[in-house]
Design a protein around this ligand. Structure first.
Ligand SMILES: Cc1ncc(COP(=O)(O)O)c(C=O)c1O
Length: 305
């Protein structure tokens, strides 16, 4: 009764580990759960209060597919700031977490037979999503280069079938933040070979000195037309359970994502207050104990993977 693509699906290993930790905890075992990229802080009272008010005000009905207009307008401004180049409302959209933003982006971008490069190690969801879209993940090993990207080797891994690359910086699970030199080199490669870059910067607000995060579009504005930016409210705003993420990219891609989904969704409530106070909870997420930094990661949440 199952479709072939469903049979090929492997369950999320991260969720499997998280569930196992929960089961052990329920059985009384003391567990430190390093499975998911989830902060051990609560969502700020400001955001929770906004959600309560929105529910009480009856804002519980269908919204536009990619989120309510005011939120998209505000987020277009935010992405404009992040990317240093103007993004219009039609170039941003809200999703049920970055995971959905990634899946939708991969689905509307890659075809069967396309190869998509994924630096390894990687967040385990990436290759599953590429396979679901019918494309082929091609893993690019980084361990020998301290998890940075050797640009010459990356160039050699591009074939006539390569259509894209999924970049995640700050990186889960290694904690590496790609340097400007690396990002510039990847941009040059993408432009030369007409590749789309899916740029997952879910952890961009959780980078600690001396590391600095660079948005690839800000670095190379020419990349705007071939980059899909992915963000998450789960990490920056400690809202993992709320399932709120976003996507920003060329208007045809965002329109295709809207067509793919074409089902109104609950971005109304989940994002009602974060849009007004985007950094209101940052002091909380940034105030991690120094002990959390005792790993090779320059982005603290990666310690908990
Ligand atoms: C690299 C990366 N991208 C995306 C996500 C998904 O984030 P969200 O909770 O917004 O779906 C995660 C979650 O751990 C992640 O580590």
């Amino acid at each position: 009764m199952l479709a072939q693509r469903a049979k090929a699906l492997q369950g999320s290993q991260t969720s499997g580990m998280r569930n196992r930790a929960r089961r052990l905890r329920a059985a009384g075992v003391q567990v430190i759960n390093f499975a998911a990229g989830e902060l051990d802080q609560d969502t700020s009272p400001f955001i929770k209060d906004g959600a309560r008010k929105a529910i009480d005000a009856g804002k519980t009905q269908y919204t536009d597919t990619l989120g309510i207009k005011e939120l998209r307008e505000r987020w277009a401004q935010k992405v404009t700031q992040k990317a240093g180049t103007p993004y219009a409302v039609e170039e941003v959209g809200f999703t049920s977490g970055a995971k959905q933003a990634l899946f939708n982006s991969v689905f509307v971008t890659f075809d069967a037979g396309n190869e998509v490069i994924i630096p390894a190690p990687y967040w385990v969801t990436f290759p599953e999503q590429v396979r679901l879209a019918g494309a082929t993940p091609v893993f690019f090993p980084t361990e020998a280069d301290a998890f940075q990207i050797d640009l010459a080797a990356l160039a050699r891994s591009v074939t006539p079938r390569t259509r894209g690359i999924i970049l995640n910086t700050p990186h889960n699970p290694t904690g590496v933040v790609y340097s400007q030199e690396v990002l510039r080199g990847i941009a040059e490669l993408a432009i030369k070979h007409d590749l789309t870059v899916i740029f997952d910067e879910c952890y961009d607000e959780l980078v600690y000195s001396p590391a600095t995060h660079t948005n690839i579009v800000k670095l190379v504005p020419e990349m705007k037309g071939r980059t899909i930016l992915i963000g998450s409210f789960s990490k920056t705003y400690c809202m993992a359970g709320w399932r709120a993420g976003f996507v920003a990219g060329p208007q045809p891609s965002i329109k295709a994502i809207s067509n793919l989904r074409a089902i109104p969704r609950p971005t109304r409530v989940t994002s009602c207050n974060t849009r007004r106070s985007p950094h209101s909870t940052l002091p909380t997420t940034r105030s991690w104990p120094a002990s959390a930094n005792n790993c090779t990661a320059s982005a603290k949440p990666h310690c908990s993977f």
